[in-house]
Design a protein around this ligand. Structure first.
Ligand code: GLU
Length: 546
């Protein structure tokens, strides 16, 4: 064992002892059954939708148990940190309602690991004083060489047993290295190869048994770095303890680390939290399934949903349904407030189906009031489409009439608005500043109708136009217009003698539709004209008149 003075000399002399931190962060007072959970993303890239999924589960479990949920930013890998990620995190957490429930300056903070260096160092020193951790001077090259030899002799790779060269090194040699100022990491002295198997219980998976950890893993990174930060594993043990986490809900990829984590809790003298390992979101890729991938799938990024403007409720509802099938069968409002149960989370990763999400989103938007939709579109557009914001503000009444078309007073409201980013393409034509008048009568949208006839239809329709609330009465104007200009009343009549007609009623109606909406397909034209108002209808028709 290393001399205490030698160990202490490696750390700042004013570094507090663990008891200081134990006092500073007293155990939380929790009601029976209350769970403290956390979301612990690393700022190494965009927020993965799988992170939102796991965080949603974590927050839900905390909230329904009367506990607390917080976000801890795990930035101990500073070389992989991505610029500007903090702002993106905040936006995403806000959007999906998974922001921390504890203020940044809350009693268990700081919640940024790089700001907790002192805390970790106190505990590393304590383990070193107790001989439960030791400095290791093996260089990167030496370790790579060791791995090669292990692979060649087909023994498990890792720093253990006789491979753990600095584990029981001569204290004089260690002291000499230290005084020479050589770089070192600190390794955990694991129970070693004798440890056997370990069994633990997972709140999603039940009882699990794994081989115990035998590796002397690194707990504190190189002495040549500043700040001097711990590895994920060590920070995990220290933080969950001091932050009072009762239930660690995290991705399945960490299951294999549980044996090590349990050893670390034990060595530190901390009771271990309970664990729940969430299965990853999957994607159908041809005939097989794979994890939704940061690199390959745009829909893996939270920004994808925010930028496209999927309403967060729709995404959350979808994610909750993936977590607990029961919630997918429950109406949205209710499903958003009913508890997620860990025991109902699947062990196999659920498949993310964007078509299903679009259906959910369209269904959900169809239930929202016009003003709610418009406000959400304006909020989405604020940073993305300033022109649309201006239009929606200046033409608010028109917007309210437009959004009601085929949504209010109908048995089956339209569900084509799925994302706020679709608003412009679906509703843009209602707004004069976003609408391009059709002035060319030979435009192909008129389906090959003679240009002079198109102009005549538009002029005649405008000259005789009168608004009528009653749809059949209103539509009779188109019927009469078509008849006046010699169109066949139906396809059958037309087909019997095609040379006698310029087209069918439908063709005349299309010409009017194109003039008014700019498209050959539109929502019910009567309702559209009602929303536009007579003056605007006439203005559009007259744009075609020579
Ligand atoms: N920082 C880890 C990650 O981003 C968190 C794992 C955990 O939740 O403990 O994957």
């Amino acid at each position: 064992m290393l001399d205490r003075a030698l160990v202490d000399g490696l750390f700042p002399s004013d570094l507090p002892d663990p008891s200081h931190w134990e006092q500073r962060y007293p155990a939380r007072e929790l009601a029976d059954g209350a769970e403290v959970t956390r979301f612990a993303p690393s700022p190494t890239g965009f927020v993965h939708i799988g992170g939102v999924y796991t965080a949603t589960i974590a927050k839900d479990v905390a909230d329904h148990s009367g506990g607390s949920y917080f976000v801890r930013i795990e930035d101990t890998d500073q070389s992989r940190e991505v610029e500007g990620v903090a702002a993106q995190f905040d936006r995403a957490f806000e959007y999906f309602g998974i922001a921390s429930e504890e203020p940044v300056d809350g009693p268990y903070g700081p919640y940024l690991q790089s700001a907790r260096e002192q805390i970790y160092l106190s505990y590393v020193r304590e383990l070193m004083r107790e001989g439960k951790a030791y400095p290791c001077f093996a260089t990167r090259d030496e370790l790579a060489e060791m791995t090669k030899r292990q692979q060649a002799t087909k023994v498990p790779t890792g720093y253990y047993g006789s491979w753990a060269v600095w584990r029981d090194a001569d204290p004089d040699e260690v002291a000499a290295k230290l005084s020479a100022g050589d770089d070192y990491v600190v390794r955990f002295r694991s129970p070693g190869v004798q440890a056997g198997r370990v069994s633990f219980s997972d709140a999603i998976r039940g009882r699990l048994e794994h081989e115990a950890n035998r590796n002397d893993v690194v707990i504190l990174k190189s002495s040549a770095t500043s700040p001097r930060l711990p590895t994920y594993h060590f920070a995990h043990a220290v933080d969950e303890h001091l932050m009072g986490v009762t239930l660690v809900i995290r991705g399945e990829e960490w299951i294999s680390s549980v044996p090590l984590h349990l050893q670390l809790f034990e060595a530190l003298g901390f009771p271990a939290p309970r664990y729940a390992h969430v299965a990853p979101l999957m994607k159908q890729d041809g005939g097989s399934k794979r994890k939704l991938s940061k690199r390959k799938d745009p829909e893996a990024s939270v920004d994808f949903y925010v930028d496209a403007g999927y309403p967060s409720e729709a995404v959350l509802y979808y994610l909750r349904g993936l977590a607990n099938g029961r919630l997918a069968e429950t109406p949205l409002d209710q499903a958003l407030t009913e508890p997620i149960r860990l025991e109902e989370c699947g062990v196999a990763g659920p498949l993310v189906d964007m078509v299903k999400l679009a259906d959910i989103s369209g269904d959900h938007i169809a239930t929202l009031s016009g003003p709610t939709v418009l406000d959400a579109v304006a909020e989405w557009a604020a940073e993305r489409d300033p022109e649309l914001v201006t239009v929606l503000t200046e033409h608010r009444e028109l917007a309210e009439r437009a959004i009601d078309v085929e949504r209010v007073g109908v048995d089956n409201p339209r569900k084509d608005l799925v994302r706020w980013s679709d608003f412009r393409s679906i509703y843009g034509f209602f707004f004069p500043p976003l609408f391009t008048e059709v002035t060319d009568a030979s435009d192909e949208r008129f389906g090959g109708l003679d240009a002079s006839l198109v102009r005549k239809l538009a002029a005649d329709f405008a000259d005789n136009y009168a608004w009528a609330d009653d749809q059949p009465t209103w539509f009779a104007q188109i019927r009469e217009l078509a008849a006046r200009h010699g169109f066949a009343p139906n396809p059958k009549t037309y087909k019997a003698d095609p040379d006698s007609y310029p087209g069918v009623l439908r063709d005349a109606a299309n010409a009017i539709r194109v003039a008014i909406t700019g498209a050959t397909r539109s929502p019910d034209l009567h309702a559209v004209c009602g929303a536009l108002g007579t003056e605007e209808v006439l203005r559009r028709l007259r744009a075609l008149t020579p």
